[in-house]
Design a protein around this ligand. Sequence first.
Ligand code: AMP
Ligand code: ZN
Ligand code: FE
Ligand code: FE
Length: 279
Amino acid sequence: MKLIDLHVHTSVSDGSYSPSEIVTLAENTGLSAIAITDHDAISGYYEASEAAGKSIEVIPGIEFNTKFKTAVHILGYYIDPDNRPLKETIQSIIDDRDIRNEKVVSLMKADGINITYSEMKQRFGEIVGRPHFSEILIENGIVSSVDEAFKKYFNKDKKYWVPRTTLSIETCISLILGAGGIPVIAHPFEYNLEKVTLNDLISECIKYGVMGIECRHSSHTPGQMAYLENLADDYGLLKTGGSDFHGTIKPDIKLGSGKGSVSVPYAWLEKLKNEKERI
Ligand code: AMP
Ligand code: ZN
Ligand code: FE
Ligand code: FE
């Protein structure tokens, strides 16, 4: 069976491999298609599709942070990268990240960690996130893993926690639809919502035009994946899935298979493409 991975991060955001390296890895893993879904960025798609040639299909995607009671992520597939509102929103998210990140740098500096934000941008690129700050803490011998860095310093209300503004679900879904993309609710079980609240979230997203649910994901148990697949069918939504691969930042997650139980059939991508043709 042809397998795919529709949730992959590259070094354009907080993944550790470049888009070309991801393509090589995907080829070696035997995948037929991958979607590049960096946080707040689309540029990785160009490098990946150029590197891919005919061996593997590369789909343009993006992952945005939104809020519904808690942080909720929305994926967008087949968006037009030249769409003006999309580009403007991405720029304003980067500006907001810059303000947040400067504050994080100050907090770390007060503890004697000497790094400037311009050094970080030079090293990590335009999208700098908490995983990159975690790397700095590891290099300074303060923690020994990214996970430890989040638990001790970067999770909500920890010492170096600084919030950043997020899009509303409505704005995010409208933005993706406006850019000709297919909006999908990312990893619904990662938010630790009660099942009734999960249904509220899905209904809210449907109200604004969401078209799919990411059923298979590294953070979901096989039971949760089966539950979401039924739910997607009941709501008449597309089913998607992916590992949420980040490379060494999340070392237990493998491309294509996550922690071992993720497996996404190519047939799901065909349905996605059919929908794209219709909109
Ligand atoms: P930021 O974009 O700066 O708000 O950082 C959030 C990103 O950090 C998420 O999208 C994840 O990719 C990553 N992340 C969150 N929690 C962890 C964790 N415990 N370990 C590694 N990465 C994490
Ligand atoms: Zn990430
Ligand atoms: Fe996510
Ligand atoms: Fe992700």
